[in-house]
Write a protein that binds this ligand. Sequence first.
Ligand code: IDP
Ligand code: MG
Length: 150
Amino acid sequence: MERSLILVKPDGVQRGLIGEVIARFERRGLRLVGAKFMQVSLDLAKQHYAEHEGKPFYDGLIAYITSAPVMAMVWEGPNAVAAIRQTVGSTKPVESAPGTIRHDFALEVGRNLIHASDKPETGARETALWFKNDELVDWKRDVDRWVFEK
Ligand code: IDP
Ligand code: MG
């Protein structure tokens, strides 16, 4: 089953939007695999955002993600990465479709509330970076057969 790392970033936590974000993924039918509320270390922030090192917004991005606690989660489902990116919306909130999280709750790219893995391989890599194996729960829901075709 495909997995995606989701972070409710510091602005989302401070604004009381953890529940809103979780509710949207639950309603979509995705299955929660792991969750922890945590302060991000500088080391983890740098590993997570390594692909952006050297870009003009990099220092601000590291400062943003380490500025206050985040809610880190792993969600899974068929095509979970694409489904979640769709529910999250575009990187720039003003380019996000109405009804997406970034459209509905954000205005600026540097305060866009949420992180979601961008590819299935990234989902696997980021899950391993943020969570130990024993922090992830392998489980079935009674409702799975009504949400997942197979
Ligand atoms: P994504 O979060 O939609 O995958 P990325 O391009 O991977 O977007 O960028 C990672 C994060 O870096 C964004 O979510 C946003 O918080 C921040 N970011 C990206 N571009 C800019 C920018 O031009 N200015 C400020 N922050 C940016
Ligand atoms: Mg990205």
